[in-house]
Write a protein that binds this ligand. Structure first.
Ligand SMILES: Cc1cc2nc3c(=O)[nH]c(=O)nc-3n(C[C@H](O)[C@H](O)[C@H](O)COP(=O)(O)OP(=O)(O)OC[C@H]3O[C@@H](n4cnc5c(N)ncnc54)[C@H](O)[C@@H]3O)c2cc1C
Length: 462
């Protein structure tokens, strides 16, 4: 690694690139700093945040020989509010990074999705495909994120924990050439410099915001909450998804439909992860008390499942789900937005971990190519390859997802889809492929060809 890193560093820092500032200047915006005159780069690339996007990006860049500085405000292991569920897309991303996902290594495998709605219950197995394995996984995020960051460190990334990035550092030309951070127990402020920075700091998108990159409120956004309970439902071969949430026994005359969609994922350790999400296309978005909504729904699930206050293992916690590219551009002035910071959660199913890891890989590919070129237009063209790859991979699919989110925000449409769709397993197997983004683009069956045609005909979002 070091030999190649040395070569690459030579091409980035030692060549005194024109973007490197020659004199200190005033910060142009609050929350931004400028680089002092005698600056040298501390790394080839800085990654802000060591969640799945940051660790995956750091892993791929370090594997290619770059000197990667991974800055994380917490220390591992640490919790992250999540459903802890992975479809085969997540399994594939982990396998690619060389992570042992066997049951012997502590992973809980699942064979599909159980869908509940319209008085029906349907178990749909993950499809048999060339492109993806046929099983999903469950693992608490405290474990998953720790495993991922360890893999990045093993590949050579330098992890600094307890280091909270507070601002970008700008060159005179307004390009980001590093970050300012508070580090260690005394919160000492220092700056770190690199020719490229990856913003992998999650849904808050603070690094992007400091550069004026706002969220686009016309694109999909969700809010989700989750809580762990002790429950006999802890061992389950399927991820369970509730398309309808009721405030009484489902279907009873007096029961009312609540906004949102729920999940119950067995954790295999005596507990379950239970949660729900509400989309910004729903009338209930932001007007809802999500904690009350969760307990109202759970109070109407069977008593024997144990999803009641006395079995709760923690308070209800929640966070935003930034979907459908709701923050763009994904590259500007030396900064790549990755994972939740780029609004990359799948609007069809609220899944974010695989997209965080895959966007980390796309970003890594662009940065590795960029840093092998001298500073200037050639390097910029390579970095622009990142938003192009994002648009090519998911741009069309996410445009369709945005339309889907608007449609199902109308409860009447959602109810009609549930009632008329669920009784038809063949149709639902196609819907599962579409919603979980699991198809074979080449040599697939008829349903794969329909999905490929749909995405080819749709202009990509950027
Ligand atoms: C309730 C809920 C349930 C969910 N369930 C699922 C699910 O079951 N499956 C799924 O695939 N997805 C799920 N998601 C989505 C998923 O959690 C995210 O998409 C995923 O975590 C995004 O990864 P990331 O690396 O982009 O961001 P994060 O996982 O948020 O990681 C960001 C990292 O950056 C660090 N950081 C933040 N600011 C700074 C700073 N200033 N300086 C240094 N470090 C910083 C944070 O500490 C953190 O480690 C769920 C989300 C919610 C809210």
């Amino acid at each position: 690694m070091t030999a190649i890193a040395g070569d690459l560093r030579g091409s980035s820092s030692a060549s005194n690139p024109s973007e490197e500032p020659t004199e200190p200047t005033e910060a142009t915006e609050p929350g931004q700093a400028t680089l002092p005159e005698d600056s040298h780069y501390d790394a080839d690339v800085i990654v802000v945040g060591a969640g799945p996007s940051g660790s995956a990006a750091a892993y791929w860049m370090a594997t290619a020989g770059l000197d990667v500085l991974l800055l994380e405000k917490t220390s591992f292991p640490r919790e992250k509010v999540c459903g802890d569920g992975l479809t085969p897309r997540g399994t594939r991303a982990l396998v690619e990074m060389g992570i042992d996902v066997s049951e012997a290594a502590g992973w809980l495998h699942n064979k599909g999705l159980r869908v509940i709605g319209g008085g029906l219950r349907l178990e749909l197995d993950w499809p048999q495909l060339a492109s993806f394995p046929d099983y999903g996984l469950v693992r608490p995020r405290a474990d998953l994120d720790h495993l991922l960051v360890r893999q990045a460190v093993k590949a050579g990334a330098r992890l600094h924990e307890q280091t909270s990035v507070t601002a970008p550092v700008l060159s005179r030309q307004g390009r980001v050439v590093g970050v300012q951070a508070k580090a260690g127990p005394d919160g000492a402020v220092r700056s770190y410099r690199a020719p490229v920075v990856l913003a992998c700091d999650g849904v808050s998108g603070r690094f992007a915001l400091a550069l004026g990159l706002q969220r686009n409120d016309r694109r999909p956004m969700g809010v989700a909450v989750r809580r762990y309970y002790t429950s006999p439902r802890t061992n389950d071969d399927y991820l369970e998804s509730w398309l309808e949430l009721w405030d009484g026994p489902p279907g009873a005359d007096h029961a009312k439909l609540l906004p949102g969609y729920g999940w119950i994922f067995g954790m295999g350790d005596g507990s379950v992860n239970v949660g729900l999400g509400v989309l910004n296309s729903s009338a209930g978005f932001q007007k809802t008390n999500y904690r009350t909504l969760l307990t109202t729904w759970l109070d109407n699930t069977p008593e024997e499942w144990g999803l009641r206050e006395e079995n709760a293992l923690c308070p209800t916690q929640g966070a935003g789900l930034p979907m459908g590219f709701n923050r763009t551009p994904h590259y500007r002035d030396g900064v790549l937005l990755v994972g939740d910071s780029s609004g990359s959660v799948n609007p069809f199913n609220g899944e974010g971990i695989p997209y965080a890891m895959e966007s980390g890989k796309f970003a890594a590919e662009a940065v590795v190519q960029a840093l092998a070129r001298p500073q200037g237009p050639g390097r910029e063209r390579a970095l622009a390859g990142y938003p192009a790859a994002m648009a090519q991979e998911w741009g069309a699919y996410y445009r369709l997802g945005g339309a889907f989110v608007k449609l199902i925000g109308n409860p009447a449409v959602m109810r009609a889809c549930t009632r008329h769709g669920l009784p038809h397993p063949k149709l639902m197997r196609f819907v599962l492929k579409l919603l979980a983004n699991l198809s074979d683009p080449h040599d697939g069956d008829a349903s794969d060809r329909i999905i490929t045609a749909l995405t080819r005909l749709t202009p990509p979002l950027r």
